[in-house]
Design a protein around this ligand. Structure first.
Ligand code: MN
Length: 242
């Protein structure tokens, strides 16, 4: 995304006009509801008076949810509404959702809120290959809190066996494991997949983000990379992408 930040409703309208003139219109406006002079709702109202901004989505951020805000948003052609502080994963999901909606008629699609973002999050079946029991517990707790179902493998060999027996939405794979390491296991899995035509996303979990780790992971056929200790925001981003 190419963000442009301004500090008032008036400045937002000026930026929208400039972008329109330059034929680089904004796809999305994220508005604070409480601003001096012209608040977010007033700004949205003016935006919606301009037919040339009809395709621009609006997400409203508010520090205090007020009764009737939802109806007001829908009436004004605002597609998303989040209460601050919005988690980055919530903002990300809300943006993905509103950018995927058609925006011709105000109120024609349901308002995207924190609630719908959470509800819309699919429950994934996740295989976690990790030999360290402390890490296992940590990641298990994080994933189950998000409503995902988790199967644990203690090494790469077990991970390969489990993938042969069941279907998973995504694999999180430690690199250093006894018997069969993460990279080696991934090579085996990708080899199997040549026959089945399936591609399960595999993300590496690695303790030390060593230079070249990323390249080695991708070379082995992994889709990406998470460094330990796992930060929940990064994990959410990966799972949202899945
Ligand atoms: Mn390990």
């Amino acid at each position: 995304m190419k963000p442009c930040c301004v500090d008032s409703g008036k400045a937002a309208l000026a930026a929208l006009a400039r972008a329109h003139k330059d034929a680089t219109p904004f796809g999305l406006v994220v508005l604070d509801s409480q601003m001096p002079e012209m608040d977010g709702f007033e700004t949205a109202e003016v935006i919606r008076q301009h037919a040339e901004y009809a395709a621009t989505r609006i997400v409203m951020l508010t520090s205090s949810g007020n009764k009737g805000d939802g109806a007001r948003c829908e009436k004004l052609g605002i597609q998303g509404y989040l209460v601050k502080p919005a988690k980055s994963s919530e903002l990300f999901s809300a943006i993905c959702t509103v950018m995927g909606t058609k925006s011709e008629k105000p109120g024609s699609t349901p308002l995207v809120t924190r609630h719908s973002v959470r509800e819309g999050r699919k429950s994934l079946k996740i295989l976690v290959a990790e030999d360290n029991s402390v890490n296992q517990r940590l990641i298990l707790r994080l994933l189950e809190k998000l409503g995902h179902s988790v199967v644990l493998a203690n090494n790469g060999r077990e991970a390969v066996d489990m993938l042969n027996q069941g279907v998973f939405d995504v694999v999180l794979m430690d690199l250093q494991m006894p018997e069969l390491g993460g990279l080696e296991a991934t090579v085996v899995i990708r080899e199997h997949e040549k026959r089945t035509g399936i591609h399960v996303p595999i993300y590496a979990l690695t303790a030390h983000a060593m230079k070249g780790d990323r390249e080695r992971c991708l070379e082995a056929g992994m889709d990406g990379y998470l460094s330990k200790p796992i930060r929940s925001q990064e994990l959410y981003k990966v799972l949202d992408a899945v």
